[in-house]
Design a protein around this ligand. Structure first.
Ligand SMILES: Cc1cc2nc3c(=O)[nH]c(=O)nc-3n(C[C@H](O)[C@H](O)[C@H](O)COP(=O)(O)OP(=O)(O)OC[C@H]3O[C@@H](n4cnc5c(N)ncnc54)[C@H](O)[C@@H]3O)c2cc1C
Length: 489
């Protein structure tokens, strides 16, 4: 039954063709290395430089178009004889022993062995649930951006944008530029907190400039930014037909008689980002708690090499940092990985290192614009599902925490949270906030779910077809231990 998997070899394998991965590939190839760049999407570009996948060339409006054009310019550098680009190809695992990558794309399974691996797998969005959040018409702000950028589709007509962080204002501007109406932006932080945090970006003129330009456009279009407001309910039986918001006080409690009701069809949510660290975690790379963004991220040295020799982590996967950091880290890791293999790149390494440490330093302040108190978990009623894959409610989670659950992995055997289709990418960060708040724990002590292969859903065939050099391997070799309930309670 098992078909043989193709075994491939390269010098530098890069997982993720976003700004970080693309710039690493170009730098390493220009130095002379043989590079294989892999991305599960149809086109390189990642989240920021997402390219349209439409048959007809389309000029996207405003900021979306500018980013796509800048991305196309960067991506043109991939036309280099030293770079093999594998799109529509997911890296679903990595062997713990010899670090060969497990690939599935275009109906085929492949195994890729590389002398060096650079993880550039980007980030996920963080959400907070509310009544009705599973209705069609509720999506992440990044999801809405994705539909506009890649398909040229406006996912609704009348929008409410809610959560926290500067992405809310940017996404609202992009929705307006694409022809949507934005009823309001609900920002969790107070205006004072938001502006104070924004002033800490002093010196980062591009970010401040973009923020001010967005605010100007929103004002001109009459879009109110309601600070210290949250969405409490999505209205509608079969799909979103409206929403209810409330003002909250400085202790995060709903202010009485502060409700606003909106008629609309789409709600976009964003509460910041989390690094996509499953592959480096499985490979044994040490993770660390990044207090600036309240997330776990992959630890590296100043060469961007992880605690496992020969494996690098860059961009969001190394810790949320934004597009400028991702581009610089790509160049630096591409350069170092190529040098380790004996190639000599035409790059000013000292200047690159200086730029890098300056860019990373400034990011600590950006994190404050996304931070929020886990106390807002109190606003989620008991009957609201938190794990939507397995239908586990906030009340059930609270009860388990009261009974002693103090880690995400404790909740797994009790509720199957993290074992559904999203594999914890959506519910994990929410559950983390719940545990921190309900159990009164230090954020850094609550660890993410254990990463397991396959890291994302894929056809059973992909695993069944999989063979390694030594012969055929079985399902248990790849996902062994999965489903064994363990608890320290
Ligand atoms: C939803 C979302 C919206 C954002 N919107 C903005 C914005 O509007 N403005 C802004 O300044 N910043 C935004 N950011 C942040 C910005 O995208 C990043 O700073 C920048 O793109 C980071 O580049 P990167 O290369 O590290 O990651 P990304 O650009 O995310 O690229 C990672 C790539 O890795 C691929 N990948 C991941 N895992 C695998 C795998 N297992 N197998 C194969 N391929 C894989 C992904 O398909 C993706 O193409 C957003 C981030 C997210 C997650």
């Amino acid at each position: 039954m098992n078909a043989k998997t193709t075994l491939k070899q390269t010098e530098i394998a890069i997982v993720g063709a976003g700004p970080a991965g693309v710039s690493a590939a170009i730098t390493a190839a220009q130095a002379g290395a043989k590079v294989t760049l892999i991305d599960e999407n149809a086109n390189p570009g990642g989240q920021y430089f997402k390219q349209p996948t439409l048959d007809q060339p389309t000029q996207l409006p405003g900021n979306l178009g500018t980013n796509a054009d800048k991305g196309a310019e960067l991506i043109s550098g991939l036309e280099h004889p030293g770079i093999e680009l594998l799109t529509n190809t997911m890296v679903w695992g990595i062997s713990e022993e010899d670090h060969h990558l497990k690939l599935y794309g275009r109906g085929e399974s492949e195994s890729l062995k590389a002398d060096r691996i650079i993880f550039a797998s980007g980030a996920y969005e963080r959400l907070m649930p509310f009544q009705g959040w599973t209705l069609p018409g509720v999506m992440t702000a990044g999801g809405a951006q994705l539909m506009m950028k890649s398909q040229g589709i406006l996912p609704g007509q009348k929008f409410l944008v809610a959560g926290t962080g500067p992405l809310l204002q940017l996404a609202a501007v992009q929705l307006l530029e694409a022809g949507g109406e934005v009823e309001a932006i609900l920002e969790l932080q107070s205006k004072k907190e938001f502006l104070l945090n924004a002033t800490k970006l002093w010196g980062q003129w591009d970010k401040l400039g973009q923020g001010l330009a967005n605010q100007k456009k929103l004002k001109a279009s009459g879009v109110p930014i309601k600070y210290r407001h949250v969405i409490t309910r999505a209205l509608g039986d079969r799909e979103v037909e409206g929403a209810v918001s409330s003002k909250i006080d400085s202790r995060g409690r709903i202010c009485p008689r502060s409700e606003d009701v909106y008629e609309l069809d789409t709600i976009c949510i964003s509460y910041g980002f989390l690094p996509a660290t499953e592959l480096p975690t499985i490979a044994g790379c040490e993770q660390f708690y990044d207090p600036a963004f309240g997330t776990y991220a992959t630890k590296t040295n100043s060469d961007l090499e992880t605690t496992v020799e020969g494996l690098f982590a860059i961009g969001e996967c190394r810790g949320i940092g934004g597009v400028s950091v991702a581009l610089i880290e790509g160049q630096l890791a591409g350069l170092i990985a190529a040098q380790q293999l004996g190639y000599d790149a035409d790059q000013d390494e000292t200047a690159l290192r200086k730029q890098h440490s300056k860019a990373r330093k400034s990011i600590e302040n950006l994190g404050r614009l996304f931070s929020f108190d886990p106390g807002i978990c109190d606003l989620v009623p008991d009957d609201v599902p938190i794990c939507r894959c397995e239908g586990v409610t906030a009340g059930e989670v609270r009860e388990s925490i009261r009974r002693g659950a103090s880690q995400l992995n404790h909740l797994k055997p009790w509720h199957r949270t993290g074992m559904g289709r999203c594999q914890g990418r959506m519910c994990g960060p929410i559950l983390q906030k719940f545990i921190i708040h309900e159990a009164g724990l230090e954020p850094s002590t609550v660890e993410p779910f254990t990463a397991r292969m396959p890291i994302k859903p894929l056809p059973m065939k992909a695993v069944a077809d999989y063979t390694t050099e030594g012969g055929e391997t079985t399902w248990e070799d790849h996902v062994g231990g999965y489903g064994v309930a363990r608890t320290e309670l």
